[in-house]
Design a protein around this ligand. Structure first.
Ligand code: PHE
Ligand code: ZN
Length: 878
């Protein structure tokens, strides 16, 4: 028999389910090691399915305790059960009721899929295939049912009992010490949106009135005693609800909306209907424990999960290949929300930075896959930057191409048509095609073709005819399974700027009134007329397409854009390109002239003098040079991380020295406000001040060490304290070590804060870091069972510490490989995510590449790998 590991699921093999489940009645009797689940499924053959086929329900590590069909217990021979499946070979041809009793052990569940315990509380995680770990089921997103859940538990152990939908009944079971609650969710949903929670939890709540006057109670549940850290999450939820009504006309549809924070969670959060379950990292915040970035992430993720109520729950996915249908769209929606609540250009730049560092990296790696993959071995491995972030970029491009009004009309049509159904990417695009009359079939290639397109842009000015021609060429590199590529439909938002920085009013009929030119061929040219002097082109404004751009601009022209472009994104991009040119050259041994260095620093200095205080958050982004990993990606092959690290350090020192006075000025004039507020403007001032501190320390480590220690000691909020500690991390010595010790002492009982402490230490670019990380694994606050701890310590080492993870002697790779194998025995999803740190291994120079291959092979050879890790390791080696 072929093992499960080899099984490949293909999009082209999709068939509707042969059976449907209309109603599910669940009775869950919570117990730490023996939870009993009785599921009563009202089923019928699917008219759209095959007839005369067996009924095969999915299972995963469940124990069957009893089974009855239409209330008659089935006898041996009438069914076949294993932990992985339950088969009834001759199911009825008419509607029937199947009653299944199973027993599960939530305490032993370290995979954090299905029903498990976190800090003693019971919770569930069912996406993608976790429901089958609770009971046997047709565990696929196109089987939609109405659920009624009765939860029973010990009153002491679990005073709070929550389910999907609305609460309908609760009570005490006299004489047993137990109680129960019944929840009913009137909206048909797939099993992956099922959830329940039972435990000791504190609550904060408030009423919300929807646009049509429905009264809803919105609430956040946290560990008792942490209620005062949940306020920002509740506030973000309320703002999300108002925003979705205003911007997309979407109203909430149940009487309650509950959010529960748990400490052990594989991902960020989960959009279960009416009962979102969150990693507590994305709920809990106070000025003393959370940074500005934490606040921004909480806001974005609360919004994301709430928005799923329409994009994901009311309209769900037909199959897991359509994951981007809900995820890409919902990321797009949460990005728009954050842009409206904060600074749009600053937020856009932050998005693009993550897209490039994660998605472009993935797309250039052996793990590259289309936004809608066409096959998978393990669906958990496809919750990727490509599906989420590139998926969001596709929605954004669609909006850029058709315009705001048609985009909104298309969204409305999509929701109208698909409400209550399990839809596909085709359904989504069809709504926009129908609203606009456009043929979107070529555009749809974005979902199918993987790899990051490269676009080369060349400008030609002709003074005699006063014309300016832009030549475009696009090409997408080969990716696994896709050796040759077709041209994409690429929206290029562009404008021209004069050499002295004015906006140029030139005409070109290929550019529409919104400044969009559609590049849909391999090569194309457009010509502007009435151009009285050589312009500087500003292309891909606001990052109008997820592509890599090569432009033949001189450094002087980039400086014109940095100073004057009307588009903030391209002002930032100009600074990045300038810095990247120097960094890439220096990292690969290409000499950079004194002149070029001088002009670079004078450009930064000029920017700081004229623009920085106008928008501090933007200025901080300009000052944050491309990371080590960004530079590695730019170089792309035979990468030497040590050379990169050195070049970056040198350039930071150089810029710091040349802008020293201005930076010191900022540092002192942007002194922290008396009381902390997480709003974007205040956060922006903190980020500029801390970016200044960082460069000052790069220029003069001694002075920087002093400033940073003082800031560390006197900080009144976590943002400033952590920024200071992070600067100290770059300066070896006793001050650093004593700051590390005092931070530990101060936050001894704050796991989420110690995560930051783990992470900073794991990122120290020194040869002793592997040993330091190994030592920290023995720290009482560390646990291999908790994903946040593992990601903070091990994940930061592998993803943020380019020089030490990619050590030339291979010790970083060997260390990660050993941890992946350990993690795999507890939590395969966690293990396989850590393993993706190897995705840049083929870019490395040969010594490192060989060490990485050996480390990967050592994993691949291990018998009994999980499907999660087996899939990633095999694709990484291909
Ligand atoms: N669907 C979740 C989201 O909002 C992510 C998730 C996937 C959570 C799988 C848990 C398990 O993006
Ligand atoms: Zn999501």
């Amino acid at each position: 028999m072929r093992t499960d590991v080899d099984h490949i699921v293909r999009l082209e093999d999709y068939l509707p389910s042969d059976f449907l489940i209309d109603r599910v009645e669940l009775d869950v009797r919570l117990h730490p090691t023996a939870t009993k689940v009785t599921a009563t499924l009202s089923m019928r053959p699917n008219p759209a399915g095959r007839s005369d086929v067996p009924l095969i329900l999915d299972g995963d590590e469940v124990n069957l305790k009893g089974i009855a069909l239409d209330e008659r217990a089935l006898e041996a021979g009438e069914f076949e059960a294993s932990p992985q499946s339950l088969t009834i070979s001759q199911p009825p041809q008419h509607p029937f009721k199947l009653t299944i009793e199973t027993e599960i052990n939530p305490t032993a569940n370290t995979k954090l899929m299905g029903l498990y315990r976190s800090s003693g509380n019971y919770c569930t995680q069912c996406e993608a295939e976790g429901f089958r770990r609770i009971t046997y089921f047709l565990d696929r997103p196109d089987v939609l049912a109405v659920y009624t859940t009765r939860i029973e538990a010990d009153r002491e152990e679990a005073p709070v009992l929550l389910g999907n939908g609305n609460p309908v009944e609760s009570g005490i079971i006299e004489g047993t010490g137990r109680h129960y609650a019944v929840w009913h969710d009137p909206f048909p949903k797939p099993s992956y949106l099922f959830a329940l929670v039972g435990g000791r939890l504190g609550k904060i709540a408030k009423p919300f009135t929807t646009m049509n006057g429905r009264e809803v109670e919105i609430a956040v549940y946290v560990e008792p005693g942490k209620e005062d850290r949940a306020g920002y999450a509740l506030d973000a939820l309320e703002r999300s609800m108002i925003w979705d009504e205003r911007v997309f006309g979407r109203e909430y549809d149940l009487d309650v909306f509950n959010i529960v924070a748990v400490s052990d969670f594989n991902m960020g959060a989960m959009e279960n209907k009416g009962l979102n379950i969150f990693n507590d990292k994305y709920v809990l915040a106070s000025p003393e424990t959370a940074t500005d970035t934490d606040y921004a992430n909480i806001e974005a993720i609360i919004a994301h999960e709430y928005f799923h109520n329409w994009s994901g729950n009311r309209v769900t996915c037909r199959d897991w290949f359509q994951l981007c249908l809900k995820e890409g769209l919902t990321v797009f929606r949460d990005q728009e929300f954050s842009s409206d609540e904060r600074s749009r250009p600053v937020h856009r730049i932050a998005e693009v930075k993550t897209l490039r560092s994660r998605q472009f990296l993935e797309d250039a790696s052996p793990l590259s896959h289309p936004v809608r993959p066409n096959q998978y071995r393990e669906i958990n491995n496809f919750y990727t930057a490509t599906v989420y972030e590139k998926g969001a970029e596709i929605v954004r491009m669609l909006k850029t191409i058709i315009g705001d009004a048609d985009f909104r009309r298309g969204m409305d049509l999509y929701y109208d048509r698909c409400d209550g159904t399990a839809a596909t990417v085709e359904d989504f695009l069809k709504a926009f095609a129908d609203v606009t009359g456009l043929d979107l079939s070529h555009f749809a290639r974005w979902y199918a073709q993987s790899g990051t397109p490269r676009v080369e842009v060349r400008g030609h000015y002709d003074g005699t005819t006063q014309t300016y021609r832009l030549d475009f060429k696009q090409q997408t590199p080969p990716t696994p399974g896709q050796p040759t590529k077709e041209p994409m439909v690429i929206p290029v938002v562009l404008g021209l700027v004069t050499q002295d920085g004015q906006r140029m009013e030139a005409k070109c009929e290929r550019v529409n009134s919104r400044g969009v030119f559609l590049l849909d061929k391999t090569e194309d040219s457009i010509t502007f007329t009435g151009v009285s002097s050589r312009p500087v082109p500003s292309v891909f404004r606001d990052f109008s397409a997820p592509v890599k751009v090569s432009l033949d601009l001189t450094n002087e022209e980039l400086i014109v854009l940095l100073r004057h472009d009307a588009d903030a994104f391209n002002r930032w991009q100009a600074a990045q390109t300038l810095a990247m040119r120097t960094l890439a050259a220096r990292s690969t041994g290409v000499p950079v002239s004194e002149d070029a260095m001088a002009s670079l620093s004078s450009a930064f200095k000029g920017f700081l003098e004229e623009a920085a205080l106008r928008d501090p958050a933007f200025a901080a982004l300009v000052l944050s040079l491309p990371s080590d990993a960004d530079i590695a990606q730019e170089i792309g092959q035979d990468v030497d991380p040590d050379a990169i690290h050195h070049a970056r350090k040198e350039l930071r020192g150089h810029l710091g020295k040349n802008c020293f006075e201005k930076l010191a000025d900022f540092y002192h004039s942007l002194a922290p406000a008396k009381t902390y507020s997480p709003d974007a403007a205040s956060a922006g001032r903190r980020s500029l001040r801390n970016a200044a501190l960082d460069l000052l320390a790069a220029a003069d480590p001694q002075a920087g060490e002093k400033l940073a220690s003082k800031q560390f000691e006197t900080a009144t909020n976590m943002t400033d304290r952590l920024a200071a500690l992070s600067v100290l991390m770059t300066i070896p010595g006793s001050l650093r070590e004593s700051a590390i010790a005092s931070f530990e002492e101060r936050y001894r009982d704050e796991p989420l804060v110690l995560d930051k402490w783990f992470s900073l230490q794991a990122a120290i670019p020194e040869d002793t870091t592997v040993e330091r990380v190994q030592r920290l694994m023995e720290h009482p606050a560390f646990s291999m069972n908790n994903p946040n701890r593992v990601r903070s310590l091990i994940g930061s080492f592998a993803m943020l510490n380019q020089v030490q993870f990619n050590r030339k002697d291979g010790a970083g790779y060997a260390f990660l490989a050993s941890i992946v194998l350990r993690a795999d025995e507890l939590n395969p999803q966690l293990a396989s995510r850590l393993l993706t740190a190897f995705s840049s291994w083929k870019m490395m120079e040969s010594t490192r590449r060989n060490h990485a291959r050996i480390a990967l092979q050592s994993i691949a050879q291990k018998p009994s790998l999980s499907r999660d890790v087996g899939d990633i390791v095999n694709r990484s080696l291909e």
